[in-house]
Every structure is written in C-alpha cells, then in structure tokens.
Design a protein around this ligand. Structure first.
Ligand code: TYD
Ligand code: ZN
Length: 390
C-alpha cells in the first residue's frame, strides 16, 4: 500500500483487527449484512503522513442511511462560538466572505449569519444558514467562486482528516481563497493520541492522523504555506492549523508561528515511538478486559460514540459484558452498536437501573458528564487516559 498523498511507501505500525463501520448503529435485521474490514495504520516513509492502510469503499460508507448526528455538547458549542468571535474580531473584514467545509448542523456557521457565508456539506440539513449540499472539491470550489467570489476565511473542524484525497482538498481551497485569505482547520493531533493512548480515535472516518511535519509537507506540495499552529483541548487534544497563499502574520489571535520548532521536536512520528505506542495499545486492551471481568454487579456503557466501536471490537467487549450503552441521541436509541451488537438505550433506563459501573465510552466529554451525573451512585470505568476506576 502506498501513501495517498505522495505515493511513498507506508510502514504499518498498528493493527486493530477486523472492524465494522464505526458510526453505523444498526437494527437486528441488519446484523447479517454488516461490513467488516482490517483496521491498520501506517506512516509514509517520504511525507510522514500517518494514515489508514485500508479504507471502506465509498458506496459502503456514504450509503442511503448514512447517519447525521447534530452536536449535543455544550462544550463544543462554546468552543465554536469563542473561535467565531476571534475570527470576527481579527480575520474577517465586515464585508468578508467565510466558507465552512463540513458545516454539519451549523453550530459554528450560525455565528456568521450577518456575514456573507456558505457551508459545504453533503449531509447538512439546516435552512438557518446558506449551505451547499455537496462534497467540497475543485468543482464545488470553482462554483462558489463564480457565484460569490473568493473567500477571506475557509474553516473546517474535524473534517479535513476525513478527506481521502487531501491534494484535491488543498487544491480546491487554493482556488477558493483570496490572496490574503486564511484556511483554518482543526483536527485531533497524533501527538495527543499517543500521549493519552486514545487509540479509539482510530476508525474508518479518520483517514489521516495529523502532525505538524506532515501538514507542512502536504500544504507545500499543493502550493500553500503553513502559517501557524495552535493547540486545543477538543477531542482529547487537537491542533488548529493556519494556512495561506503567502507568508504573513496571523493578526490578533496570539498564534505564534513556531512551525519549525514544532516539527523538529515531533517525536510522535519516530518509528521507535510508533512501535511502543502499538505495544501500549495492546496492553490497554489486556488491562481493560482483565478489569471488566473482575467486576461484579451490572456494567453498562456510557455514550455510543464512533470511537467506542474501535474499543469494543478491538477488546472484544460485547453484550455479555455491557448490558447496554446509554446515549442521548434519539437516532441511536433502539439500535445496536456496530460489530458487538450491544443495545443502545435512552438515558432514562440508566437512571432507573442505577448500574454498578459505567464504562465511559464518551471520555472526551468527561468534564461535562461528571458535572451532569452527580446522582450516579455507581463508578465510572475509564480507559483513556489509562485504565482505571474513577
Ligand atoms: P462524540 O463526542 O461526537 O464522539 P464520536 O466522535 O466518537 O462519535 O459523541 C458523543 C456521544 O456521546 C453522542 O452519541 C452523544 C453521547 N453523549 C451522551 O449520551 N451523554 C452526554 O452527556 C454526552 C456529553 C454525550
Ligand atoms: Zn506520503
């Protein structure tokens, strides 16, 4: 298998076994036709981009019933609002034009309805803001430029790492951006995944696991420049990248450029580090299985996240261990978890049952969940960062 970006050789360093589609919560009638693939990760020997070795064929992934889940987290809503304020204060002129790629339900873009704005997302549903229900590519970028002109800011959150053809994405952005415009995108940082041991962020939709070194390489290959990087707390540790057509300061955001310092010290891409990460993932699996099998009383899962699909299938945790998974998303309730087929239930059942243990599968929302679940008399079991009982 070769690198999707530069065609270099990939070195495989992690195998998470046979996995189903992470976000495909299913009905009992669909169990027999469920799709599985080998979840493996490699690093490109040339451009150092970390990526999945195998992808799910697009017709399996974006089938008719591809689920759309709106944002439920107040933390994320605040996160987007704060950054929208920063963009309005420093980066977007009053008559400026902002485009969001992967606008989802508009949690971010709704902050810009007083500005010229456009969302691009094949699964967007809202009529509260302007959106193009399409994939973002060179064709749609050219269409937007023809209709509205070039963009001052192009923003994408937790979207770019999902795009298999990254060269096309950056080419399309280059066509869309004004000469002084900024592309700003944020995605989980590979260094944080290694540090926290959050191997469950690896699943089919996340084609790439970004590092500063690899992003610098891919943007430069596509005629753009990496102008700045800033660390974020979201998704267990993310980086926000600022990219432009020319070398320039990023006004007012407090972002230092320090790109060379970041990339020089990025040991999370060294082969020895990658193989020790792989060993620690296997160890986490063994520890979690041992811990769960030593517990007595009722154990359930908390939060039917996409991530949890990797954890549950890799660790072989099924309905014989977790009675059910509680989740607030109406579309998931009444269905079963991918691969392991654990029932997903409304939180009312969790409050009524008062289980002894809840495996925290939505660990990225831990602060919000602990604040909310003060009535829970059982104990939370954690596996990121590290296996423990809270
Ligand atoms: P998310 O953070 O989007 O994770 P992923 O990207 O891995 O899917 O999903 C969080 C899930 O957890 C979502 O299905 C809603 C659920 N959830 C709860 O059930 N209760 C809560 O209090 C929170 C914060 C989330
Ligand atoms: Zn490469």
């Amino acid at each position: 298998m070769n690198c999707r970006i530069c065609n270099g050789q990939l070195s495989k360093f992690l195998d998470l076994g046979q996995q189903p589609i992470a976000n495909r919560f299913l009905l009992e009638s669909e169990f027999d036709s469920e799709f599985f693939y080998q979840l493996e990760v490699g690093i490109c020997n040339d451009c150092s981009m970390i990526q999945l070795v195998n992808l799910i064929p697009p017709d399996e992934l974006f089938g008719q019933d591809y689920p759309f889940f709106s944002s439920t987290s107040t933390f994320m809503t605040n996160h987007f609002q704060m950054f929208a304020d920063e963009i309005k204060a420093h980066l977007l002129p009053p008559d400026g034009f902002i485009v969001e790629v992967g606008c989802n339900d508009g949690t971010f873009l709704k902050n810009f309805t007083d500005f010229l704005h456009m969302g691009v997302d094949p699964s967007t549903l809202s009529n509260e803001f302007m959106a193009l229900k399409e994939f973002f590519n060179k064709r749609t970028a050219d269409w937007i430029v023809g209709m509205m002109g070039t963009a001052d800011v192009v923003y994408a959150a937790n979207t770019v790492c999902h795009i298999p053809d990254l060269n096309e994405f950056f080419q399309a952005t280059r066509a869309l951006l004004s000469p002084d415009g900024f592309l700003i995108f944020e995605d989980p940082y590979w260094g944080a995944i290694v540090r926290k041991g959050s191997f469950d962020q690896i699943y089919d939709e996340h084609v790439y696991y970004f590092t500063v070194t690899a992003i610098k390489n891919v943007v430069e290959m596509n005629g753009l420049r990496l102008l700045g990087v800033s660390p974020l707390e979201t998704h267990g540790g993310s980086l926000r990248y600022y990219v432009g057509k020319q070398q320039k300061e990023i006004p007012g955001t407090g972002v230092t450029q320090a790109i060379n310092r970041w990339s020089a010290s990025e040991i999370c891409t060294h082969l020895a580090k990658l193989s020790s990460f792989s060993k620690s993932v296997h160890l986490t699996r063994d520890k979690l299985r041992t811990l769960l099998s030593s517990l007595s009383g009722q154990i359930v899962g908390y939060g039917a996240t996409s991530k949890s699909t990797t954890t549950l299938n890799y660790c072989g945790i099924g309905p014989d261990t977790l009675d059910y998974i509680t989740d607030t998303t109406p579309d998931k309730q009444g269905k079963f978890s991918p691969g392991m087929h654990i029932p997903i239930v409304h939180p009312d059942k969790f409050y009524k049952d008062r289980p002894d243990y809840a495996l925290l599968l939505a660990w990225n929302h831990i602060t919000e969940i602990l604040k909310k679940e003060t009535e829970f008399r059982g104990k939370f079991v954690l596996y990121v960062p590290g296996v423990k009982i809270l």
